[in-house]
Design a protein around this ligand. Structure first.
Ligand code: HEM
Length: 525
């Protein structure tokens, strides 16, 4: 009686034969039942009623333990928008035995993103998901203060000097991917896998170092894929099950760590060899190897390796899905493609209609001037933010506007709901880059004259989050995506196939276009 949609959403069984799958299901249902009985009868004598505190309104549900998991899993944005209409900006719903409390709106965003460490933690919410994929000694597997230092090491590495060296690499990787591999004058591809491949090539060339990029064609790509399979919504709740995808994930982490350890060893040998002139590298690996904690100690080689895996995983799907939505939006509206080309040509040559063969390559400085392109990317991230929900685990009872959010709940912010707010962004699904205008005089970003200074957690526009857990890959992602898109748009006219704009797939952790979403490329002559 478990609906197929739920099985698809959980997406753990792959192609397992039906008998084996049913056996697993029976065990899971039995455990869930046991969990429920224990929860209700033995463990949780719900004190909150006795305490006479007011809890956030609860979304009603039919199936215990499962709660609203299916509705949320199929379309979280629609589900949250509906509950917001019924219950207001703060409500709780049940999902796989957990209570998920959402605080929406600008006040809700500020509450979630700036919640104090002693009150709610990201590690409590994400550790089960991230530790097996990234590895130990990094991110949520260490004290938050240590992770903050690790973030700073990466931020320092992503300097302007480094970005300047990355840009030609990204252009070269893009040209190689599109111009060499697809030599026809017109071709149609399933876009997301192509962009995923391009993202991994550019990110590994720039961040991981040449050694990893050179090995991408071998089993490294397979290892990344196996790690990736460990990043599903189910992994937020379950760290390990004796299933192939969990076993492959753990093996991939081990093998990839060993690969990085080998590279680090070789680099150290070269660095210390008096007979070799060591060439300074601008990749993040090099920078992490040479960073010191405040205590004076260095990151261990294992920690450096795990941090590299974490960065690649954090940036992979977020960037590739954003790039895909960006190109789909441009394909829907050829006028946008034209404007991007005109801006590109104007900045590089002072005229809007220079033929593409006469255009020099973009540089870090010229890319920065492409503000229309920038606004298109911002608008893509408004309508299609890859992360629709961020979570923290409540460590002690919280008070939010007189409501008590109990310890053990997940405290959540719905990024996409804010981005599609009808009052702030009239006609919210309309792709309109002119919503993002830099007011030269004030130096502030505005949307329809509303301050959206991105660093404030009170914002409704937070594609990269806010507060202590804010993204450190934003600048790299902007450079990577703007360069890729500018290079492609300059070379090709983009068209939707049968005028079909892709549906959204919410079954993965990151919001993707549904499988099989096609885009047509026509070489410009
Ligand atoms: C955190 C979005 C690219 C590394 C975050 C968060 C968001 C986000 C929303 C906050 C999560 C939370 O508060 O729980 C994005 C988007 C990207 C992108 C939309 C691209 C379009 C990248 C890249 C990297 C990266 C390329 C690495 C180079 C990180 C890291 C964190 C983070 C290390 C910090 C997590 C923490 O402090 O808990 N990102 N990201 N991201 N992101 Fe990104």
């Amino acid at each position: 009686f478990i609906p197929d949609s739920l099985l698809n959403y959980l997406n753990v069984f792959g192609n397992m034969d039906k008998e084996k799958r049913d056996l697993y299901l029976i065990v899971i249902v039995f455990l869930a039942f046991l969990f429920l009985v224990t929860e209700i009868l033995l463990l949780k004598k719900n004190n909150y009623e006795k305490k006479k505190v007011q809890l956030p309104p609860t979304v009603p549900y039919l199936i215990p333990f499962i709660g609203s998991a299916v509705q949320f899993g199929i379309d979280p944005v629609k589900f949250l928008q509906e509950q917001k209409k019924k219950f207001g900006d703060c409500f709780t719903f049940k999902m796989l035995g957990r209570n998920m409390t959402f605080c929406l709106g600008s006040e809700g965003n500020n509450f979630v993103f700036n919640v104090k460490l002693k009150d709610a933690t990201a590690e409590g919410a994400y550790l089960k998901l991230t530790r097996p994929v990234f590895g130990t000694e990094v991110v949520y597997d260490v004290e938050n203060s240590v992770f903050m230092e690790q973030k700073k090491f990466v931020k320092d590495a992503l300097s302007t000097a480094a970005f300047k060296t990355y840009l030609p690499t990204i252009i070269q990787e893009t040209k190689q991917m599109f111009m060499k591999e697809f030599e026809k004058s017109e071709f149609t591809v399933e876009l997301f896998p192509v962009l995923a491949e391009l993202t991994i090539r550019t990110a590994s060339s720039c961040l991981m170092g040449k050694e990893i990029r050179d090995q991408l064609h071998s089993n490294v790509a397979k290892l990344f894929h196996d790690l990736d399979c460990g990043l599903t919504p189910l992994n937020v709740f379950v760290e390990y099950l004796p299933l192939p995808r969990f076993i492959n994930r753990d093996r991939a982490n081990k093998e990839l760590t060993e690969l990085f350890l080998e590279i680090i060893k070789k680099r150290k040998l070269l660095e210390n060899d008096p007979n070799v002139k060591y060439e300074k590298k601008f990749d993040v690996l090099e920078s992490l190897m040479n960073s010191d904690y405040k205590s004076g100690s260095k990151m261990s080689d294992v920690a450096v390796s795990h941090m590299m895996i974490a960065l690649l995983m954090a940036g992979q799907h977020t960037s590739s899905t954003t790039g895909s939505w960006f190109l789909f939006e441009l394909a829907k509206n050829p006028e946008l493609q034209k404007k991007i080309r005109e801006e590109h040509s104007m900045i590089l040559t002072g005229k809007t209609d220079t033929p593409k063969k006469d255009l020099p390559d973009l540089t870090f400085e010229t890319l920065k001037q492409c503000t229309f392109l920038d606004n298109c990317l911002k608008e893509t991230l408004r309508i299609h933010p890859p992360i629709h929900t961020v979570m923290r685990l409540v460590e002690q009872d919280l008070n939010y506007n007189g409501l008590t959010i109990p310890k053990g709940n997940f405290l959540c912010s719905g990024i996409t709901v804010g981005h599609l707010d009808e009052v702030k962004y009239p006609d919210p699904l309309k792709f309109d880059p002119s919503r993002h205008v830099l007011l030269e005089e004030s130096g502030e970003w505005t949307i329809g004259n509303v301050d959206i200074q991105q660093k404030s957690a009170r914002n409704l526009y937070l594609p990269f989050g806010a507060g202590r857990h804010r993204c450190i890959g934003e600048h790299f992602a902007f450079i990577q995506l703007k360069t890729i898109v500018a290079t492609i748009v300059n070379e090709f006219d983009l068209e939707l196939v049968d005028n079909k704009f892709p549906e959204i797939d919410y079954t993965q952790l990151i919001v993707l276009p549904v499988k099989g979403s096609l885009l047509r490329f026509k070489r410009r002559t």
